[in-house]
Design a protein around this ligand. Structure first.
Ligand code: ADP
Ligand code: ADP
Ligand code: MG
Length: 463
């Protein structure tokens, strides 16, 4: 088993990794930027080392600093969490070159999955269905126009290196394409340092269904069922659940098998996610991308399978074989997660981190909270605005929805606005309750959902 792990991340995921390490008797070294000196993870880790100024480029993305600290503190492994360097193939290679186990797949695997355009080609070869789209990247507006003509509008222009919903533009016709192409390309370059673009046919009213996979270095690959992440605002997930209500057992089996094939096609090791789109009829599914890291929403899978995914990552990185077989994976009950972001939904979702003056998290049976917040802490403005994840698990979906509503009623945070009230409204929306949300649901219903939000805060103001 690994002895000492450097946690190369911050926020709730750093804490999540720390907890799994501690339960396995693995020592932890936290790293932090000057903005995170008071972070919970820094206080709880066996050791903590400051790696630079607030800006991510100077701290959490500073590969040299991270490797220097890992070596100086005698770590034998490094956990990259999500975001930051978690899907950086060069960094995975650099860790390996220094004799530090990167807790995730190899650099080569990350490269194979990391170019979303190249991954589509690999998946096609492996017999995993992909959306109709460009054959490889499109390197000019003219090439994009030709590819769009061939697949038919509407299309999505997507960044090959994209992530977190950025570098994506919808395009409904040829007149719109040149400007959308330029926009998406500029965003991709700014966010990911690469302006390679590809194009996919837009799947209308789709659901985002993803499969959790686990693979060890002995060729065992299993999936741990699915998650429905269709409640998204501008391609970013807000509420996730497991299992997806819209899947029949036969479709679940077929998609799970495709997910395992996808993982094998890139030579996967560790925990990963294969994302699919399911069409409006719920019959055809298409590979979208593979995320080669632990995902934000991994907790809902843990609640319905009873498998600790970060623990599995640590075991696999230690060179152990998977200790569960596909047949042993069973899905019990239903789990829902609400992401709590420091943002103001009534003001264009402007991020608005600040100091927490009062905090109370929900509890009780079937409730889990993953968060780096504590009373009095300050959420720095330099990073992602996600501050907490509230999860609820119950025997049926309706009971899980009721439990989650109850959780959000108990949840109290003063100091900055959050999206909690919006999520609460969604949990009462008839489309959500009947399990009918597609990825278009939230953007289409946002004005009305926010009206309630507005009326509520006015009522609170009066009282
Ligand atoms: P996804 O939206 O890709 O399914 P998650 O919602 O799990 O992934 O995203 C994990 C976190 O990492 C989010 O905070 C997201 O903004 C960020 N993120 C994802 N991909 C990238 C990337 N390629 N570069 C930078 N940040 C990313
Ligand atoms: P990211 O790496 O940013 O997570 P994805 O390729 O996973 O990018 O796409 C993000 C979201 O964009 C999906 O969850 C889905 O809602 C939407 N999307 C992506 N591709 C398509 C498509 N071809 N048709 C319809 N929606 C899509
Ligand atoms: Mg994605």
């Amino acid at each position: 088993m690994l002895k000492r792990v450097l946690i190369a991340n911050r926020g709730e995921i750093a804490l999540r990794v720390l907890r799994a390490c501690r339960e396995l008797g693995i020592e932890t070294v936290a790293v932090y930027s000057q903005a995170d000196a008071e972070a919970l993870c820094v206080q709880l880790a066996d050791q903590a080392v400051c790696i630079g100024p607030a800006r991510a480029a100077d701290s959490y993305l500073n590969q040299t600093a991270l490797l220097t600290v890992a070596k100086a503190t005698g770590c034998d492994a490094l956990h990259p969490g999500y975001g930051f360097l978690s899907e950086n193939a060069e960094f995975a290679d650099a860790c390996a070159a220094e004799g530090i186990t990167f807790i995730g797949p190899s650099g080569d695997t990350i490269r194979r999955a990391g170019s979303k355009s190249a991954a589509r080609d690999l998946m096609r070869e492996a017999g995993v269905p992909v959306t109709p789209g460009s054959d490889g990247p499109v390197d000019s507006a003219a090439a994009a126009l030709a590819a769009a003509e061939a697949v038919g509008y509407p299309v999505l222009l997507k960044a090959s290196a994209g992530g977190g919903g950025r570098g994506i533009r919808r395009c409904d016709g040829p007149e719109q394409l040149p400007s959308s192409f330029a926009e998406a390309r500029a965003e991709a370059l700014a966010c990911f340092g690469s302006d390679e673009m590809y194009l996919e046919k837009l799947v209308l009213q789709p659901r985002h269904i993803e499969f959790q996979v686990l693979a060890d270095r002995f060729g065992h690959v299993i999936h741990l069922g699915d998650r429905d992440c269709s409640v998204q605002r501008r391609n970013q997930k807000l509420i996730e659940e497991a299992p997806a209500r819209c899947l029949t057992p036969a479709l679940r089996a077929a998609m799970g098998e495709a997910a395992v094939r996808a993982a094998r096609a890139v030579g996967y090791e560790s925990a990963g996610t294969v994302e699919f789109l399911l069409d409006a009829d719920g019959t055809h599914f298409y590979f979208m991308e593979m995320n080669t890291r632990i995902q934000v929403e991994h907790g809902v899978t843990e609640l319905v399978t009873g498998v600790d995914l970060v623990r599995q990552q640590l075991r696999i990185a230690s060179g152990l074989a998977l200790d569960i077989t596909q047949e042993e994976v069973t899905l019990t009950g239903h789990a829902i997660e609400c992401r709590i972001n420091a943002e103001d939904p009534t003001n264009g979702f402007r991020p608005c981190p600040g100091q927490v003056s009062f905090l109370h998290f929900p509890g009780g049976t079937g409730v889990r909270v993953d968060s780096c917040l504590y009373n009095g802490c300050t959420l720095p403005p330099y990073y992602d605005s996600m501050a907490a994840k509230i999860l609820a698990c119950a025997p049926t979906r309706l009971e899980a929805i009721r439990k989650m509503r109850r959780c959000l009623e108990e949840f109290a945070l003063e100091g900055f606005p959050t999206n909690a009230e919006l999520s609460y409204q969604i949990l009462y929306h008839p489309v959500f309750v009947r399990g009918g949300c597609t990825t278009a649901f939230l953007d289409e219903n946002l004005p009305r959902l926010l009206e309630f939000n507005q009326r509520l805060s006015e009522r609170e103001g009066e009282a």
